[in-house]
Design a protein around this ligand. Structure first.
Ligand SMILES: [Zn+2]
Length: 325
């Protein structure tokens, strides 16, 4: 259903709403059913339902670290005897299935849930995780963005409930480290200057050598860049460079979306971003309009490999154009 269809239907329902009280009860019931259908067609509700219906895939990264994929951004769990550390939360509706997976891998409590950034497909179950007794850790800007209303890709977000807010935040671009079972066991969280949003952090599991890059890394698909909350193509490239500096050939690199990656995958991604950015920048600098740049197909040779994800090639070219000056 297109957005125009949606708006048209909303208009029609609006007309019925005025007349509904005068209708016999069977019509009133039909009206209620129509209202429920309209609610289900709300873009955010529809997206949540669609994502929540995606089956969860499980990938073992180390003896203690597991990656779950499917109903939202990739989730990484460290299942230590002292408790579980969970990175990102999937969307509302997927919590029961995720909880079941977490229970299946072990009965240690969830001690900390980390948000890589503010987007709903990473933070939607914050409240449910907090109810389990977990603390919620994120960058200070994630807390700030969650407290604001946003309009994103046709979806409207109201400020998050108090119970969904991070309970522990940090602002520094240097790492915060918390120890789990002694001096040798630690997880680094570090701020990534504005890239996908202005709330991005990386999470590095030092002992397992696993790096979760959140949505600064889309593996095998053009990345979404949320310029409305501070995202920028140059920040995305800087984030990829940062990831490459932090890792070696053995490091398992988890993207926000797409399959598990490594340095080869992250290098390929960085090179694609740089090539597209340079082409678009050159054209914009010489005065070409967004329409002209998109028509020039600056992503052409990457489209077969990268153009089948969330973003179509033209949409990605537009985003790159608009974040550049
Ligand atoms: Zn995101």
């Amino acid at each position: 259903m297109t957005r125009r269809d949606l708006l048209k239907r909303a208009g029609v329902l609006g007309g019925i709403a005025v007349a509904a009280p005068a209708f016999p009860s069977s019509v009133a019931r039909a009206f209620v059913a129509a209202q429920q259908a309209a609610a289900a067609a709300d873009p955010l509700t529809a997206m949540r339902a669609q994502m929540a219906a995606t089956p969860i895939q499980q990938t073992r990264l180390t003896n203690l670290i597991v990656m779950f994929s499917g109903p939202g951004g990739n989730v990484v769990v460290r299942n230590g005897e002292e408790g579980k550390i969970v990175v990102d939360t999937f969307v509302q509706g997927a919590f029961p299935a995720l909880r079941q997976r977490l229970d299946t891998i072990g009965n240690a409590p969830i001690v900390a849930t980390i948000n890589t950034h503010w987007h709903f497909d990473h933070t939607d179950n914050n409240e449910s995780f907090r109810k389990t007794g977990s603390k919620l850790i994120a960058h200070e800007n994630t807390k700030k963005r969650l407290a604001q209303p946003h309009d994103l890709l046709g979806m409207h977000f109201t400020p998050a409930a108090a119970a969904a807010m991070p309970t522990g935040t940090f602002t520094q671009s240097d790492h915060i480290t918390f120890e789990l079972t002694g001096a040798e066991e630690y997880i680094d969280l570090g701020y990534i200057p504005p890239a996908h949003t202005d709330t991005d952090i990386y999470v590095y599991f030092a002992i397992g050598d696993v790096l979760h890059m959140g949505d600064t890394f889309f593996n095998g698909q053009y990345p979404f860049i949320d310029a409305g909350t501070g995202g920028h193509i140059n920040g995305m490239i800087a984030a990829a460079e940062k990831g490459l500096k932090m890792t070696n050939a053995e490091t398992r690199i988890v993207p926000g979306h797409g399959p598990l990656g490594d340095r080869v995958a992250l290098t390929r991604y960085r090179d694609m971003l740089v090539t597209v950015r340079d082409r678009v920048q050159k054209m914009k600098t010489t005065g070409r309009t967004e329409k002209e740049v998109v028509a020039a197909k600056p992503t052409a040779e990457f489209d077969a490999a990268w153009g089948t994800g969330l973003l179509q090639p033209d949409a990605f070219a537009s985003i790159v154009y608009n974040t550049l000056s």
